[in-house]
Design a protein around this ligand. Structure first.
Ligand SMILES: Cc1cc2nc3c(=O)[nH]c(=O)nc-3n(C[C@H](O)[C@H](O)[C@H](O)COP(=O)(O)OP(=O)(O)OC[C@H]3O[C@@H](n4cnc5c(N)ncnc54)[C@H](O)[C@@H]3O)c2cc1C
Length: 653
């Protein structure tokens, strides 16, 4: 039973929310109420309470409650704004944990305040800052996959059960179904089609994301987001379609024994995947932020490439493409829902949505099927079923695949170790009063790859465009006062946000808690990775400065942004001193990999080089968790290539 807050704590929480997102005085017009609206007027206080009491582990909730009690003692709710802001600063400095707690509540409050909208995506804050709302799209597609409705206690017999319908699972299901196998695809998330996507930030968290949105690792170091819906990551992702770099193909072959990955057969798998996904660069429209990125790179003599995207040019709608991470209303995105799952369905496979695989069933050292919980609309267990099959393909993503193996007691000592996250940071620049229309066109239409292609590790990073998440990005915009924060967010249409991703050589771990739920930890303690993160921050700051930004900040930085006229290198040096992760520069991860890797050694890998578990016959890995290293580039194409390769090994027996 989730805890609820006492009235005193609730009142303090509302006061805190309204301290971070306050009604602030403004001289000019305020036609949409941007300046006049405080967070609680939008219901952000209620949403924050709901998040805290339903989503936080008990220990973290206890810490926040302690913090609320401290603020209650200061009489925060009765203070004027300037006293509240001073109080927040004082409490933050009492102890490092207090600072981390205040930062967490602040980010949550701002994220939710800027994400709460009506169904058209409008709110005083978003409309006031120029966010256009849900794109108008005619001709939305409906559901076309064959779904199997289960009954309580049912036992479904098939040849192959695929756990997870994302990038890896979708491809594996299609390859196996087309070869004549009777395939059942289990997907823990729901099945929504284009005509049902909400296309707002909050709806996307609730409808499409694993664990209901962005969630921190247990140590608070990285904020993770992954797909949790039919199509998995390929439904929510940003379409950037990059094959595995040659240097990593060679490494997977020479260090991990996947010798064919360095050969032509790998390229054939990759080509087949990219053809099926209609990968092309015709639709890579360069919007304002991308133009600034290309310009910054050019001025520093760095390389910038137009991106190849899995967006169907025939259905592409420029003004809607920038929202496709909230669920692509146009149907142009060629994720697995519109490609491989459709192929699987056409070849006779059935999909079971809201079907959470609880345990892989093993008899005499071989796969026997999967025990499954069927979830109701509220995510509660409605009933259980069993899928009986001699082949189990595990593709639940790099957070949940190891959790499933751990719950099943299979996979050996390497399960969960070696989690890679491609830690990513957001660096933003404001460009005078230019209208950059940052929501227009595909999210990732170009890649600054000067530092991505040749490194053997330790300094590889890419810089790319982003899909607009108004709430998430507002939550990591510097906050020294509510007025300054609104000043920065109000210049939304003149803002260019870029994300960098780093190749991580260190890693984290997936374990399970007492209830069998996945727990991710990522200490971010590899010195090379920390250096690379800082190098990437500095590169982005320098590109923004070279491109003419008047204001620059890094997601999560405390203190004021850089302003034109100030020394850029002094700002870079100031950023160098800030901690990374919890309480410091914010690290995100949309790319989880490597938590159940393929390899030759059962001590360090979970599956053999073909993808079959070392310790259980008939259980195969076909998702990002099987990657022996991170991909160093956006992973979808690598995941799909690896899954196609695994499926062909399954067929070869
Ligand atoms: C916001 C975002 C943007 C991205 N942008 C890009 C991009 O532009 N280019 C790129 O290359 N990559 C991108 N990625 C990453 C890419 O989408 C992932 O790397 C890829 O989808 C991983 O594939 P997967 O099969 O391992 O897992 P997923 O695609 O995540 O699929 C796993 C599926 O398994 C389901 N599942 C979990 N547990 C269970 C269970 N117990 N039982 C049944 N089902 C379960 C999940 O709900 C999920 O649908 C992005 C990811 C995100 C989140």
């Amino acid at each position: 039973m989730p805890e609820t807050l006492t009235p005193a704590r609730r009142a303090t929480l509302a006061a805190l929310v309204d301290t971070f997102v306050a009604a602030v005085p403004h001289d000019g017009d305020d036609p949409h109420g941007f300046w006049a609206t405080a967070g609680s007027a939008l219901g952000a206080d209620v949403a924050v309470e709901q998040y805290l009491t339903t989503r936080l582990p008990a220990e973290q909730l206890a810490g926040i409650v302690e913090l609320l009690d401290a603020f209650t003692l200061t009489g925060l709710k009765n203070q004027p704004q300037h006293v509240r802001e001073a109080t927040v600063g004082v409490v933050s400095r009492i102890a490092p944990e207090a600072g981390v707690g205040v930062a967490a509540v602040r980010q949550l409050a701002i994220n939710l305040a800027y994400a709460i909208t009506d169904e058209q995506g409008r709110s005083p804050l978003l409309t006031g800052m120029g966010f256009p709302g849900v794109p108008d799209v005619a001709d939305r597609l409906g559901r076309t996959l064959t779904v199997h409705e289960t009954t309580p206690g049912e036992v479904v017999e098939c040849d192959v059960v695929v756990v997870g319908s994302g990038s890896g699972g979708g491809v594996a299901a299609a390859e196996l179904a087309r070869a004549g196998r009777r395939v059942v695809v289990l997907e823990a998330g729901s099945y929504w089609s284009e005509s049902e996507f909400g296309v707002t930030e909050l709806a996307a968290y609730q409808q499409l994301c694993l664990k209901g949105g962005v969630f921190p690792t247990a140590d608070g170091m990285v904020n993770v987001v992954a797909g949790g819906v039919v199509g998995g990551g390929s439904t929510v992702n940003w379409s950037n379609s990059v094959p595995l770099p040659d240097r990593l193909r060679e490494r997977w072959a020479s260090e991990f024994g996947l010798t064919d990955v360095a050969e032509d057969s790998w390229l054939e798998h990759a080509r087949a995947v990219m053809d099926r996904l209609k990968v092309n660069d015709k639709v890579a429209y360069q919007n304002g932020p991308h133009t600034k990125l290309a310009q910054g790179a050019d001025r520093l003599g760095w390389s910038y490439q137009t991106a190849a995207l899995n967006i169907d040019p025939d259905r592409y709608v420029q003004h809607a493409a920038g929202f496709s991470g909230f669920g692509d209303a146009t149907g142009a995105k060629q994720g697995t829902m519109r490609t491989y799952l459709q192929d699987a369905s056409d070849a006779g496979a059935v999909l079971v949505p809201r079907a959470r695989a609880v345990e892989v069933l093993v008899e005499d050292g071989a796969a026997a099927g999967v025990a499954v919980e069927i979830l109701d609309d509220a995510g509660q267990v409605a009933h259980t079923v069993t899928i009986s099959a001699p082949t189990v393909v595990v593709a639940a993503g790099s957070i949940e695949t190891p959790a499933l193996l751990l719950r099943s007691g299979i996979g050996g000592p390497a399960v969960g170790a070696g989690l890679k996250l491609h830690p990513a940071g957001l660096v933003s620049g404001l460009y005078g009063d230019e209208d950059l229309a940052p929501y227009d066109g595909p999210a990732q239409a170009g890649i600054m790859d000067q530092f991505g292609g040749t490194s053997t590790g330790g300094s590889a990073f890419l810089v790319e465009g982003v899909q607009q998440f108004p709430g998430l990005y507002a939550s990591v915009t510097p906050w020294t006062s509510a007025a300054e924060h609104k000043e920065l967010t109000s210049r939304y249409r003149s803002r260019a946000d870029w994300v960098f991703i780093i190749e991580d050589l260190g890693g984290g771990r997936i374990s399970i808690d007492d209830d069998g739920r996945s727990v991710a930890t990522y200490p971010f303690d590899h010195e090379g990775d920390r250096r690379t993160f800082r190098n990437a921050v500095a590169a982005c700051v320098r590109m923004h400065a070279a491109s003419g930004a008047d204001t620059i900040w890094v997601g999560g930085q405390p203190g004021t942004p850089w302003h034109r006229g100030e020394d850029v290198e002094e700002f870079v040096a100031r950023l160098e001193e800030l901690p990374l992760g919890a309480g410091g520069l914010v690290a995100f991860s949309a790319h989880q990999m490597g938590s159940a890797p393929l390899g030759t050694d059962p001590a360090t890998s979970v599956a053999d080089v073909r993808g079959e578990l070392h310790d259980v016959r008939g259980v195969w890995i076909a998702d990002a968790s099987g990657m022996p290293t991170c991909s160093s580039v956006n992973p979808m194409i690598t995941v799909m290539t690896l899954a196609r390769r695994t499926a062909h090994h399954v067929l070869a027996g």
